[in-house]
Write a new protein. Structure first.
Length: 188
């Protein structure tokens, strides 16, 4: 069964709004590109899917926009070509190499985990539901050296505490630290 990894940037005070941390730099974009390349499919809720699509979908012209720096293009190309699954009760169709996930969340995600190498999920709302269902196999937090003081917080509303064990750590020149955890008792 392929593992489901939840990956997200988070500030020191737990804010997980995508603009609350440090702006992406070349080192962090290389890291996220490598992590995304390890996944054979991405799982998004509607909000994250639409946000990522608006930022990282290759334009119909085939030319990346002028605002995109050269070192952002490998990440853009990786996410653009990735297989995506979208959980939404409001969308009737998706594209961008994506398909809608149908049915009850738990069994639907269990089916997705049955084949492939690695499934990756990002966002805020969907990962909370998946954590409550015990479906997340790995947690990866890139902790930004920033105090946001406001915004959505990581896994706010989790029904039960989940004990985690640190299995990997990576420090960035910016002061950010990537930490990967497994649920306590899970094999590394």
């Amino acid at each position: 069964m392929r593992p489901l990894r939840y990956s997200i940037n988070v500030t020191l005070d737990g804010c997980c709004h995508h603009e609350a941390g440090l702006p992406p730099d070349e080192e962090s974009m290389r890291y996220w590109t490598a992590e995304m390349e390890r996944a054979d499919a991405l799982l998004f809720g509607r909000v994250t899917y639409e946000m990522m699509e608006s930022a990282w979908r290759k334009p119909a012209t085939g030319v990346w926009p002028d605002w995109m720096r050269e070192w952002e293009i490998p990440f853009a190309e990786t996410i653009d070509r990735a297989k995506k699954y979208v959980v939404s009760s409001t969308l009737s169709a998706v594209d961008w190499n994506a398909e809608l996930v149908h049915g009850d969340l738990g069994p639907a995600v269990q089916r997705l985990k049955q084949s492939g190498e690695r499934l990756w999920v990002g966002g805020v709302t969907l990962p909370l539901a998946l954590a409550d269902l015990g479906l997340i196999d790995e947690y990866e937090f890139v902790v930004q050296p920033v105090l946001a003081g406001h915004g959505p917080t990581l896994l706010a509303g989790l029904h039960e505490r989940i004990r985690l064990e640190l299995v990997e750590r990576h420090e960035f020149g910016s002061g950010a630290v990537a930490m990967r955890y497994l649920p306590a008792g899970a094999a590394a």
